[in-house]
Design a protein around this ligand. Sequence first.
Ligand code: ZN
Length: 85
Amino acid sequence: MSEPATPTPELPPAYKYRGGGACSCARCRCRGLLWPVLLITLGGLFMVDQFVPRVDFSDLWPVILIVVGVVKLIESTASTEGHRG
Ligand SMILES: [Zn+2]
């Protein structure tokens, strides 16, 4: 005689983060910050390039990569609690 099959509990589908348009969770808010922060950084670098004679934009452009990396790092560690989508 075989044992009666025990019903396996319904497992929730593996959670996968997806960006949502109308979501206000921390991660989605961080994601929305990337472009504004990037534009402000770019504007700041051009301003420094314009007003500081010894500094050239070709010396400053890596700052853009650093800023994008920092925003992405913050985004990846931000909570998805309350995420909709
Ligand atoms: Zn979200």
